[in-house]
Design a protein around this ligand. Structure first.
Ligand code: ARG
Length: 455
């Protein structure tokens, strides 16, 4: 490509370190789409003859077919996808191929190709996140009344419903989908036509190529256009946050499906066995969703590190922007599919969750609230009295609801047997009707609202 200036061939290792084709061959479709838009614009502005532009776009179509059918002869010596496509075009249509690169550089070419790829990856992930939200909504609706222990510090805190717990993930995931859509919107400007960095002397029409590629507008500064990678970084931030949310849910699935918890049973198709222990049903998919988050974060930090000290405009360092991004987007793709599969097919163990909810003095707060509400005792004192009741129950080996009234009234004489109405887990969850609370009526409202939004 630049033989005019050089007399010796590149060293083998030079070629090896420079080549990116194994990674950026994934941009083949985008490269052809962007080149086609560029060629048409060059013809419309009179920079290329219609004949040449037609030969170029016809040749690009053939290349597209070759790529789709796996017949394209990728070559490492040709370094990257852009030069691979251009060289093949020359084989197919002859010297007119050399006119495609008029008023363009690989710097704006790679920027537009990658932007197109990341933009559609963001849209795809947002849609997948919404699929998972739908799966969670279904389970939440089926279990709006299923009582489970809510935890803080992984210690039993207060009874909640399984539906309420799942809806917390629906909220998180909706922000993740929103971040993908925000990123998509913000990156929707076209770098093509920035050329190497300074723009071009040819009378190109950047508005035309921007529109042809579905961008809102051309990027306003040619230097920024070729040197910006925050569009990838922002998408990787969204990816990492989403992955970290999936990782928390994955961790809960691991805990819930353990023999000690038995809150949920994963379906056979989402469990794995052990080669030595016949009793095992391992949650491997959940563990891998959890683990993939680490590499995804690595991709984000990796690219931030590549970009943080780079002077404007393009530096070859930026070629290292793709591998991590592809890996992160692929990992999230698989993770979202796996999570949707696990969630929609898991079976919550209603009896076991209720039993766990009723243990661990989970209604102690309800007892304290009763003392405040019915006996007008200040909350701090009520907290103290309830602590004594918990201690007595613990010593007697009973739950709070099983304590005889005589024990309770020995601690606080004004307590009546009305107390037993608030000490059941059902009464506890039903009472928490504050906005956003765990009461089934509130949770059902949220479920209905989300079902509406996700229609
Ligand atoms: N393969 C390169 C990349 O991904 C394309 C841009 C090369 N530009 C250059 N001036 N060497 O970044």
């Amino acid at each position: 490509m630049w033989g005019g200036r050089f007399s010796a061939k590149p060293d083998e290792v030079m070629e090896a370190i420079n080549a990116s084709i194994d990674t950026d061959k994934r941009l083949a479709e985008e490269d052809i789409t962007a080149s086609t838009a560029h060629a048409r614009m060059l013809a419309d502005t009179g920079i290329l003859t219609t004949d040449d532009a037609e030969a170029i776009t016809e040749g690009l179509k053939i290349i597209q077919t070759e790529i789709r059918t796996g017949d394209f002869p990728f070559s490492k010596a040709l370094e990257d996808i852009h030069m691979n496509v251009e060289a093949r075009l020359r084989d197919l249509i002859g010297p007119a191929a050399g006119r495609l690169h008029t008023a363009r550089s690989r710097n704006d070419q790679v920027a537009v190709d990658f932007r197109l790829w990341v933009r559609s990856a963001c849209a795809a992930r947002a849609a997948q996140v919404e699929e998972l939200m739908r799966a969670l909504l279904k389970q939440a609706e089926a279990h709006a009344d299923t009582v489970m222990p809510g935890f803080t510090h992984l210690q039993t805190a207060q009874p909640i419903t399984f539906g309420h717990h799942l809806m917390a993930y629906v909220e998180m995931l909706s922000r993740d989908a929103g971040r993908f859509r925000d990123a998509e919107r913000r990156m929707n400007e076209c770098p093509l036509g920035a050329a190497a960095l300074a723009g071009t002397g040819f009378p190109i029409n950047r508005h035309q190529t921007a529109a042809a590629l579905g961008f809102e507008r051309p990027m306003a500064n040619s230097i920024d256009a070729v040197s910006a990678r925050d569009f990838v970084l922002e998408a990787l931030c969204a990816t990492t946050l989403c992955a970290s949310h999936l990782s928390r849910l994955a961790e809960e699935i691991v805990i819930w499906s353990s023999a000690q918890f038995r809150f949920v049973r994963l379906s056979d198709s989402w469990s794995t066995g052990s080669s030595i222990m016949p009793q095992k049903r391992n949650p491997d998919a959940a563990e891998l969703v959890r683990a993939k988050t680490g590499r995804t974060m690595g991709s984000l930090v990796g690219l931030l590190t590549v970009m943080k000290g780079l002077p404007l405009a393009y530096s070859k360092d930026m070629q290292e922007d793709k591998a991590g991004a592809f890996e992160a987007f692929d990992a999230l793709d698989l993770s979202l599919q796996a999570m949707t599969g696990m969630i929609s097919t898991m079976t919550p163990n209603i009896a076991r969750m209720r039993e766990a909810a009723a243990s661990g003095f989970s209604t102690a707060t309800d007892l304290a609230d009763f003392l405040v509400r019915e006996l007008n005792i200040p909350f701090r004192d009520a907290h103290h009295i309830t602590g004594a009741a918990v201690k007595a129950a613990e010593e007697a080996g009973l739950d709070l609801a099983q304590l005889p009234l005589s024990v309770l009234s020995a601690i606080e004489p004004r307590i009546t047997d009305a107390i037993f109405d608030v000490l059941t887990v059902e009464a506890s969850v039903a009472s928490r009707q504050s906005y956003g609370g765990t009461a089934p009526v509130r949770v059902r409202e949220q479920i209905a609202a989300w079902k509406d939004k996700l229609q």
